[in-house]
Ligand binder design. Structure first.
Ligand code: NI
Length: 175
């Protein structure tokens, strides 16, 4: 957070770039996401300003409220809310380490994009799955989650938030 490039809009992956850029980019993104135990990552987080996101989370006792999400690679993603219902939950971000903030997101979305093999992907998602996709696509538009926090009292260091007793536990995967 603070690097001005993270606040810029990433550009679409061109047809040529599927072959020339994508294989190495995906390897680097997966390495980074796994190294940090993240639930998701967007290309600009590793300094490549292209519209590529990866997300997925295995069943994990640390995150009892989070249903598993299959590992998904989306190139040139788009999303639409299916309704007006929103939900608030705590988020963390690999680009904002050690902190958490409460963010309102659409409860249910449809997202579309291309797989690395150029196959069309279209998925209806809700809950954490919908949240992580909205978080990652925000990265492609130069938006970090703190910009979406309504009350900055809902933003802070993990240790302070846990110690405050205001919230029992903040086990939220970063993305
Ligand atoms: Ni993030």
């Amino acid at each position: 957070m603070g690097d001005p490039r993270l606040y810029t809009e990433s550009t679409l992956v061109s047809d040529d770039e599927f072959d020339s850029l994508l294989p190495q980019l995906l390897e680097d993104m997966l390495d980074t996401m796994r190294h940090h135990n993240g639930a998701g990552i967007a290309a600009p987080q590793i300094g490549v300003f292209k519209r590529v996101v990866i997300f997925g989370i295995d069943k994990n006792p640390r995150y009892p409220d989070v249903r598993p999400v299959p590992l998904t690679i989306l190139v040139n993603p788009e999303l639409d809310a299916t309704g007006i219902e929103r939900a608030e939950a705590w988020e963390g971000c690999l680009s904002v380490p050690g902190m958490r903030g409460k963010v309102s997101r659409f409860q249910q979305i449809i997202y579309r994009g291309l797989s690395p093999e150029r196959k069309n992907i279209e998925i209806l998602a809700d809950g954490f799955h919908a949240r992580v996709v909205q978080h990652e696509v925000d990265h492609l538009d130069g938006i970090l989650y703190p910009a979406r926090i309504k009350d900055l009292k809902d933003f802070g260091f993990i240790k302070a938030l846990e110690a405050s007793g205001r919230i029992p536990r903040i086990e939220v995967p970063e993305s």
